[in-house]
Ligand binder design. Sequence first.
Ligand code: MG
Length: 204
Amino acid sequence: MKIIAIGRNYAAHIAELNNERPSEPVIFLKPDTAILRNNDPFYYPEFSNNIHFEVELLLKISRNGKYIEKKFADKYFEEIGVGIDFTARDLQQRCKEKGLPWEIAKGFNGSAPISTTFKSKSEFTDLANINFSLNQNDALKQSGNTSLMLFDFGDIIEYVSKFFTLKKGDIIFTGTPAGVGPVAIGDKLTAYIEDEKMLEVEIK
Ligand code: MG
């Protein structure tokens, strides 16, 4: 399986990092070795001093497809979860300054904790109005709603599937809202969809 992630998909997050608003989705990949499951802890890597959390909704791809038109996109995912796109912001900044790819800043081991369970799409009355959030220890740090995405789920699937064949089991990280910030050893991150706790990650 592969992990496809969308960058710069919420205007307020683009502004907080002084990035340009994209005219097309910004895509990057993480290897499957980035995944953390079962609320496993995250071990702070020695190569960075500035690991940031980015809470994101996840789409789990349910059938294979490429060149998927937006109007058919909802036939390609049945479940929605939540994850954290851990980012080594210091490495990413260095890569960006040199115009280099970001992979080492985004795809390192453990950089993609995902919720143990996913929610069926049918549990949501409106996919364009899903709330999700992240607490760092007991403080609310990020809260997002899918109505604020620049590119919605259909746009993402249509665009991504032009370049990469989507396969059953692939996971798409759909972008983070504002409020990203650094983690420290000892922190506990908790991610929610609506009011339901879906994911817990301890930083070790
Ligand atoms: Mg992200």
